[in-house]
Write a protein that binds this ligand. Sequence first.
Ligand SMILES: NC(=O)c1ccc[n+]([C@@H]2O[C@H](COP(=O)([O-])OP(=O)(O)OC[C@H]3O[C@@H](n4cnc5c(N)ncnc54)[C@H](OP(=O)(O)O)[C@@H]3O)[C@@H](O)[C@H]2O)c1
Length: 234
Amino acid sequence: MVNIEDKVVYITGGSKGIGFGIAKVLLAHGLKVALSARNYEDLQRAKLALGDDKVLIVQSDVSKFEDEVKAVEQIVATFGKLDVVVANAGVGKFAPVDELSLEDWNSMIGTNLTGVFHTLKASVDQLKQHKGYYISIASLAGTNFFAKGAGYNASKFGVVGFTQAAMLDLRNYDIKCTTIMPGSVTSNFAEHVPSEADAWKIQPSDLGDMVLHLLQMNPNVLPSKIEVRPTKTS
Ligand SMILES: NC(=O)c1ccc[n+]([C@@H]2O[C@H](COP(=O)([O-])OP(=O)(O)OC[C@H]3O[C@@H](n4cnc5c(N)ncnc54)[C@H](OP(=O)(O)O)[C@@H]3O)[C@@H](O)[C@H]2O)c1
């Protein structure tokens, strides 16, 4: 098993939901973690809840390349390097295609698709230097289309294709790339308020465990695309 305790991890969209859950698991295993999101108060709350001086919070909107460049600079200035990137930030707006607004389309493509490219482009030199790992959080919506999902499906099909092509480009630098495609996860996604009724869903900590296992895996092995769903449907 690979020793991962000295790794520095950057998680976009880490103030809530899946990103926060991944941060919690990795911190518990001794990794240093940087979290970004747009809302700084939510980031401060997340840092307090994680209660750990190994957490760096950085305000960044992944749809703006210059924000991601500054975020990576801040992480390297604080921790000295960056080994692992989890491109997780995402938004969901659901409407029939004839009613989908330009604003919602641009928000999903800008964050969910262009954002994962911005995050990779800003961090790829660090990943090359440290034989790093890039993980994108796509969705089962990246392979299964559904009504009212035109914008979200377009963004997530894009993330899956992007990450697989990036994997082929970057593996010869000893950089691993994986896209995780979850089904329903308990989170604040699309204004959802988590409750006990979400117990059947995948929990953010389950995805944290999955990321941990990927990082610990034999360097010769690369699960490049992972579909993960709840065992039951309710
Ligand atoms: N929940 C599910 O069932 C599910 C299933 C499959 C895939 N996913 C994917 O999982 C990822 C995480 O979603 P979640 O379920 O954890 O949702 P969430 O609870 O709503 O969390 C989303 C996170 O992303 C951040 N974010 C949103 N837009 C951003 C931007 N432009 N720049 C930087 N940060 C941004 C949010 O903070 P700010 O708003 O402050 O920026 C928040 O920290 C998304 O990519 C989503 O598509 C979710």
